[in-house]
Write a protein that binds this ligand. Structure first.
Ligand code: PEP
Ligand code: MN
Length: 263
């Protein structure tokens, strides 16, 4: 189902009024975590004004340490829905477990499966039964073929609206949080008809590398981007070091449009 051999035409995933996989580059932006109603609404307004088409924000957070902030849960989903009401931006948010899929799908426009769950086959099957598009991140130690087979798990359940997301992999390099594998973009385009987007925030872990990698991802043929943006990155409850300020996000967006025009 994933292979281009049996489906030569590019798949376009429609999320409300946004098409991912068409001619446009769709930018998904927002904080790593939903922290409060004010924070998510303020961010939604700012990223929309700068040209983002969808809003991201985690309500269920997979944290490396169990003592870190793990998200607001359903309250966070409600704040996201409020931000959508205020701005019209569709919502992308992560679901961590099969039991939560129905609840998250009640609020979300796109169900995000995070890197840590890329090969959680029961979760993949659960989102495969949902009636919402799925954003499937590449696992940090997952090969491209394995990642495509993970997408196959979703599609085999009848949900063909899958967006792949390259977010960096583990290598010996430690300066960056992960090594962003931009070659995965043309590889996936060759092997599959599914849209592929890039996450330069988790891909680098450092905010000042994010704008360059946004431009490079689009030059490499990405169908979109997912970028962390926070009103006050120094005080973010998660991933502040890789989050753009509103100003930095607004500065890179016209440059991104220029690259998109050129490729
Ligand atoms: C996130 O998007 O905040 C996230 C946890 O990403 P990843 O699954 O790529 O680490
Ligand atoms: Mn994050």
């Amino acid at each position: 189902l994933v292979s281009r051999d049996f489906h030569p035409i590019d798949t376009v995933v429609h999320v409300r009024d946004v098409a991912i996989g068409g001619n446009e580059v769709a930018v998904i932006a927002g904080p790593c975590s939903v922290e409060s109603e004010e924070q998510i609404i303020e961010t939604a307004r700012a990223v929309k004004a700068a040209g983002a088409r969808l809003l991201r924000g985690g309500a269920y957070k997979p944290r490396t340490s169990p003592y870190e902030f793990r998200g607001l849960g359903e309250t966070g989903l409600k704040y996201l829905a409020k931000a959508r009401e205020e701005t019209g931006l569709p919502i992308v948010t992560e679901v961590l477990s099969p039991q939560d899929v129905d609840l998250v799908a009640e609020y979300a426009d796109v169900l995000q499966v995070g890197a840590r769950n890329c090969q959680n086959y029961l979760l993949l099957e659960a989102v495969g039964k949902a009636k919402k598009p799925v954003l499937l991140k590449r696992g940090m130690s997952v090969q491209i073929e394995e990642w495509l087979l993970a997408a196959e798990y979703v599609m085999a359940q009848g949900n063909e609206q899958v967006i792949l997301c390259e977010r960096g992999i583990r290598t010996f390099e430690t300066f960056t949080r992960n090594t962003l594998d931009l070659a995965a973009v043309p590889v996936v385009k060759r092997l599959s008809h599914l849209p592929i987007i890039v996450d330069p925030s988790h891909g680098t872990g450092r905010w000042y590398l994010v704008p360059s990698m946004m431009l490079a991802a689009v030059a490499a043929g990405a169908d979109g981007l997912i970028v962390e943006v926070h009103p006050n990155p120094d005080h973010a409850l998660s991933d502040g070091a890789q989050s753009l300020t509103f100003e930095n996000f607004a500065t890179v967006m016209p440059r991104l449009a220029a690259v998109a025009q050129a490729v």
